[in-house]
Design a binder for this molecule. Structure first.
Ligand code: NAP
Length: 298
């Protein structure tokens, strides 16, 4: 039987509907809407498209939304000054600086300059530390790992004692999802292995995964014969593998051969329409949570 498709678009719609209701309550109680500032520097088309989706979703939820587009030549000092301004602005509860930043701007310094209590991307070292210490309950969890965990939770995947293998160890996906799923609590408690380019036998690790999270950015990296029958596969990879001549849009693929994998595994996320929409939904969720904290509702 072909695998169940984990439809991130449908799950994210449910989350957005729940958030829309929460935003209504916040406005009713405080007269204020969650405030999100998005800052885009330069002309990277992929970044512009990601920011446009985030802004559109924020608007659809009734957020107070401030969108700032800065030229490529923006200096690090100018960006710092802007972040400082919004750190101090009580109507702003979330600040998002779209990465990557143009060469010449120290990304780490910029991420560190955002008030950790407004860091709705969850990239600040303080929030990453809170994630490791306590699963991020009192901080912000980065949106992609948070989205992966939410897909697993809403689908009823049992993580307790499960063998989870994560391919990739970036600070925005691989390490935080591994940290989250290894937490000792009743939403996680998995046995987690992190793999990367230094891993000697990637196939061996993938083969024993009950839950396989692949975030490498290499199309077709995980071969169908490496998959455990019945496993749950979360394909985070987004790879542009061509161009649709009719629509002019990029053709996207994940890191797993979806068509062949779905004949073997029990559940799988598609690309697009899997983890991507969940990432945006969790950004909105983080912003609503931040607004509630700042407005004294949590
Ligand atoms: P990244 O920073 O480039 O990290 C990639 C990781 O994969 C690295 O740890 C790398 O290992 C590992 N890797 C690469 N090739 C490998 C191989 N042949 N064997 C084993 N490990 C390998 O990427 P990222 O930011 O985590 O993103 C990963 C993918 O997810 C990309 O396609 C990105 O576009 C996508 N993504 C999607 C979303 C979404 O919302 N859907 C969000 C974020 C990212 P080393 O550490 O050894 O180099």
């Amino acid at each position: 039987m072909p695998a169940k498709i984990l439809d991130g678009t449908a799950i994210s719609r449910q989350i957005l509907d729940e958030l829309r209701a929460e935003v209504g309550e916040i406005v009713k109680k405080t007269g204020k809407a969650p405030g999100l500032v998005t800052i885009l520097v330069g002309n990277n088309p992929a970044s512009a498209s990601y920011v446009a989706s985030k802004v559109k979703t924020a608007e659809s939820l009734g957020f107070h939304e401030v969108q700032i587009n800065l030229p490529e030549e923006t200096t690090e000092a100018e960006l710092h000054a802007l972040i400082e301004k919004y750190n101090e602005d009580d109507d702003v509860h979330g600040i998002l600086v779209q990465l990557p930043l143009p060469k010449g701007i120290n990304e780490k310094a910029i991420v560190n300059a955002i008030d950790p209590d407004k860091d709705v991307d969850g990239f600040h070292p303080l929030n990453l530390g809170k994630l490791l210490a306590s699963g991020g309950k009192d901080g912000f969890v980065p949106c992609t790992p948070a989205g992966i965990k939410e897909i697993l939770r809403r689908t009823g995947v049992n993580l307790d004692g499960a063998e989870v293998v994560v391919v990739g160890r970036s600070n925005i996906v691989g390490k935080p999802i591994a940290g989250l799923l290894a937490q000792k609590d009743d939403t996680a408690n998995a046995t987690v292995t992190i793999t990367h380019t230094g891993t000697k036998d990637l196939a061996f690790h993938c083969r024993r995964a009950d839950v396989l999270v692949v975030a490498a950015g290499v199309p077709g990296l995980v071969k169908p014969e490496w998959l455990k029958p019945g496993a749950c596969v979360i394909d985070v990879g987004v790879n542009r593998i061509g161009m649709n001549e009719k629509t002019g849009k990029a053709i996207l693929s994940g890191d797993v051969d979806f068509a062949r994998a779905r004949e073997i595994v029990g559940m799988i996320t598609p690309v697009p329409g899997g983890v991507g929409p969940m990432t945006i939904a969790m950004l909105m969720k983080n912003t609503v949570r931040s607004a509630k904290r700042h407005l004294g509702l949590e």
